[in-house]
Design a protein around this ligand. Structure first.
Ligand SMILES: NC(=O)c1ccc[n+]([C@@H]2O[C@H](COP(=O)([O-])OP(=O)(O)OC[C@H]3O[C@@H](n4cnc5c(N)ncnc54)[C@H](O)[C@@H]3O)[C@@H](O)[C@H]2O)c1
Length: 401
């Protein structure tokens, strides 16, 4: 077993130079690491370098770094198409190739055969199994999830995911590395689909999408309420368009496969849009028309939707994450605030509002719709039964005084 105690990470490889890979490479380079950036063609790599140059120039323009720092960062990135060259002498490798398990396993197996024994292999996957990728190598204990958020240059959050075989010191090293990059890591203790942030977010989307599909409320009403009354940075339909309906659909499908009825996506609503290639902002149209910029949300609809519903389903999913020992309340809260810009994390929110309130809201919704997503998690039931209803009881998801 290779001890990581004495290994200092100095040189890294980033595999895949697309939307995420080029940004990840830039963050490493800006923090003093030598970076081998690999993709399948020099055209793609040239485009990636152009994007990195543009982004660095923005950092200089905003006086966040000096021109000299930008030049130095750029000079630390070497582009290449040969795996042999990219992985041979590095201490840490992160892949950000397409979201396809077959491809990822091939990439991991190849990297494993070339990389030094001490090198950690990480994946930026949004949904796929870290364990499965690890088992495509002869070092499954050195394979870890390192899930960045888009755009990596600006987003503060990294989810670090423990695969079934991942060693604790590999987790520690990846957490410390994330901190050295100026990011805030949160730990996902189990290799579950959706990890932390996407799992909590999924049912918030599902609840709103089903309500709209049933014609209970308009999408503008939901978005306006979420934004102006809830204090969220964006409406949910706006956010869905921004992420891309195709991506949202795939994530929704994978969560449904993993958790069943508890995370039932409203495919009836999204599928027709995908068929018409109305994929959201990138296509110019999705739920909204983006050709004239960001949709205007009418203030007078800010009470049309009950935002407490969104909070209740997010609190419920947070409770499931704790119940299944996937994540700690602090990490869930940090994840939702930094990964999605929420005004509060679901656990701290529930502690303020009252876990008894959240439980009653869920029971009411479950009675009304009979959908599994509203069925309260046993942990929530147990906490309320014990009187752990939040701040007012000095104990909820957190302990007080
Ligand atoms: N886009 C996001 O918002 C986002 C956020 C978090 C995580 N992710 C995850 O990051 C990964 C990459 O996503 P993306 O949005 O950057 O995709 P992308 O399509 O922009 O980039 C993928 C890159 O991988 C390259 N590639 C394909 N096959 C390769 C191979 N065999 N070897 C090396 N490179 C290869 C492609 O040429 C492409 O440049 C996915 O796993 C995705 O789920 C994406």
């Amino acid at each position: 077993m290779v001890s990581l105690m004495k290994v200092e990470i100095k040189k890294v490889a980033v595999i895949g130079a697309g939307v995420m890979g080029h940004g990840i490479a830039q963050v490493f380079a800006m923090n003093g690491y030598e970076v081998n950036l690999l993709d399948i063609s020099s055209e793609i790599l040239n485009k990636a370098i152009e994007k990195i140059k543009w982004s660095l120039s923005k950092f200089v323009e905003k006086r966040r770094i000096k021109q000299g720092d930008a030049d130095a960062a750029l000079s630390r990135i070497k582009t290449m198409v040969e795996y042999e060259k990219a992985a041979r002498d590095v201490d840490f490798i992160i892949e950000a190739v397409l979201e396809n398990i077959k491809l990822k396993k091939e990439v991991f197996s190849k990297l494993d055969s070339i990389a030094p024994k001490h090198a950690i292999l990480a994946s930026n996957t949004s949904t796929l199994s870290i364990t499965e990728m690890g088992r495509a190598t002869r070092r499954p204990d050195m394979v870890v999830g390192m899930h960045w958020f888009n755009p990596p240059q600006l987003m503060q959050l990294i989810e670090v995911i423990k695969g079934d075989d991942t060693r604790d010191d590999v987790i520690d090293t990846t957490i410390k590395l994330s901190e050295k990059l100026g990011k805030t890591p949160i730990l996902c203790k189990k290799d579950v689909r959706g990890f932390i942030v996407n799992r909590v977010l999924a049912n918030v989307f599902n609840d709103a999408f089903w309500a709209y599909y049933r014609s209970e409320t308009s999408k503008e009403g939901i978005d306006s309420s979420i934004k102006y009354t809830g204090g969220f940075p964006m409406g949910l339909f706006e956010l869905a368009d921004f992420v891309g309906l195709d991506i949202l659909y795939e994530v929704g499908k994978s969560l449904y496969e993993a958790y069943g009825e508890r995370v039932k996506p409203c495919s009836e609503l999204v599928e027709p849009l995908i068929k018409e290639r109305k994929l959201g902002q990138k296509a110019g149209v999705g739920f909204y028309d983006w050709t004239k910029g960001r949709p205007r949300l009418p203030l007078d609809l800010a009470d049309e939707y009950d935002v407490n519903r969104s909070w209740a389903v997010s609190v419920n999913e947070a409770a499931w994450l704790i119940y299944e020992d996937v994540a700690e309340p602090k990490d869930i809260d940090t994840g939702m605030k930094l990964g999605t810009g929420w005004p509060s994390g679901p656990c701290e929110y529930a502690d303020r509002k009252g876990l008894d309130y959240e439980l009653n809201k869920l029971r009411e919704l479950y009675r009304r719709y009979g959908m599994e997503m509203y069925k309260p998690c046993p942990l929530l039931e147990e906490y309320v039964k014990k009187g752990w209803v939040g701040r007012k009881a000095k104990r909820g998801f957190y302990s007080y005084g």
